[in-house]
Design a protein around this ligand. Structure first.
Ligand code: SF4
Length: 418
């Protein structure tokens, strides 16, 4: 007898994707949701057919041979899965409406890679992670795909891999098939640079090729080659590290990106504002602007960044917010520099005013050391402040000592369940 499919999660994501799941052959008997305010209401598909929203208990009683299909955005799946298991739902009865399966994985193995002048990098921070060298993008991408699929299969088979011990490697819901989602450009292409001198920065050594024994590639040419690969025609291009807006050819680079179907995100220090980016934002092509602010006051900002322009960055943040583009605002906790209440509280106010997603991180160069007690307390204070204001919080797990990470993740979980 076939299972009775119950869609679990009756929020906006479910409403937006119901017709896609139906078209893929999933036919639910109803929706279930923990939110009582949704019970006995309905969700309608494109044809006008209604699906009741019921409590979990009622759906289980009505459909004893049920199978739950999670109809939630990927970032919410694990928390809900764990809650459902804690409510006595057998794990084998919980699946996902999207093409995701429960296994070991990380966001990089799930479709993101970093692109340097001479190699694809599976990861974006672990030196031991696999690199795939290339001369031209098409051949390199083929090699890269083979490599990452083998790596993922080895992890699932429990074989030793370069990902062993990584805090990002977690049991969760990850894609059933490798689908490229995001390409992060590194900063070792011809013409890359930066106008800041951040205390924690590791990128400066790469700018201008950093004395590496290979030639820099031309970024525009690499983008052209990427545009010729059909499997990459819908990815997000992420310009990260350094300061992409210092490139002399930035207008041409943005025009090349704008001429394709890609979306784009920028990791910028926020000091340079480009009207061409505003055009891309208005066209709905920019998925995020990421700024590592690391301070809440001008004085601390100048000490951390080596440049005194806090007001200018804060002003540009407001411009981005006015355009409605999602903003990720990062705070890298640096003991003795920005680990004080005044900076934390002011940063939290700024994040709230621009409706930013907040990223909290340690200094990746000293992630093998525990945070000083005061710095750890300030991380927790920031999480608490942002959670109260409903700012989404993310943790750069790889940049914290494992013991600090345990404390921080417990605090985040605690906030999420309140
Ligand atoms: S080392 Fe960690 S972050 Fe990097 S690809 Fe492997 S699991 Fe992902």
């Amino acid at each position: 007898m076939s299972k009775q499919v119950i869609f679990y999660g009756a929020g906006q994501y479910a409403r937006e994707n119901l017709d896609r799941w139906l078209a893929n052959g999933l036919t639910p008997v109803c929706f279930a949701d923990a939110d009582e305010s949704k019970h006995y209401k309905r969700i309608y598909d494109q044809s006008g057919k209604a699906y009741d929203i019921l409590s979990l208990e009622v759906t289980k009683a009505l459909y004893p041979d049920y199978e739950l299909r999670l109809t939630l955005a990927q970032r919410n799946l694990s928390v809900v899965y764990e809650w459902l298991v804690s409510q006595g739902i057998p794990p084998e009865r919980i699946k996902c409406a999207d093409q995701l399966t429960r296994r070991q994985g990380c966001p990089y193995l799930d479709g993101t890679f970093q692109l340097f002048s001479h190699y694809f990098w599976v990861c974006c921070y672990r030196p031991q992670a696999i690199t795939v060298h290339y001369e031209n993008i098409a051949d390199g991408f083929t090699d890269y795909l083979t490599t990452v699929k083998t790596l993922t299969a080895d992890i699932s088979a429990g074989k030793p891999t370069s990902c062993d011990g990584c805090p990002n490697l977690k049991e969760g819901f990850w894609s059933t098939e490798y689908t490229p989602k995001c390409i992060i450009f590194s900063t070792d292409f011809e013409g890359d640079g930066c106008n800041f001198n951040c205390r924690y920065c590791h990128t400066v050594q790469w700018l201008g090729n950093g004395g590496r024994p290979y030639p820099m590639k031309n970024l525009q040419e690499v983008i052209r080659q990427l545009s010729e690969i059909p499997a990459l025609d819908k990815v997000n291009l992420s310009f990260a590290d350094g300061e992409v807006f210092t490139r002399r050819d930035i207008a041409e680079v943005l025009a090349l990106v704008g001429g394709q179907e890609w979306t784009v995100s920028f990791t910028t220090n926020g000091s340079i504002y480009k009207n061409e980016v505003e055009d891309l934002i208005r066209a709905g092509r920019v998925t995020a602007v990421n700024i590592s602010l690391d301070a809440g006051t001008s004085e601390t900002f100048a000490k951390v960044k080596g440049v005194d322009c806090f007001g200018k960055v804060a002003g540009n943040l407001k411009k981005y917010a006015a355009l409605g583009v999602p903003i990720d605002l990062k705070y890298i906790m640096l003991a003795g520099l920005n680990d004080n209440e005044h900076d934390i509280d002011s940063f939290a106010d700024i994040a709230a005013s621009v409706r930013a997603h907040v990223w909290v991180s340690g200094d990746q160069h000293i992630n093998s050391e525990r945070l000083a007690p005061r710095a750890l307390a300030m991380v927790l204070r920031l999480i608490q402040k942002c959670s109260r204001r409903k700012n989404f919080i993310a943790i750069a797990a790889e940049n914290f000592h494992p013991l600090d990470l345990q404390i921080i993740e417990a605090a985040v979980k605690d906030m999420q369940t309140k």
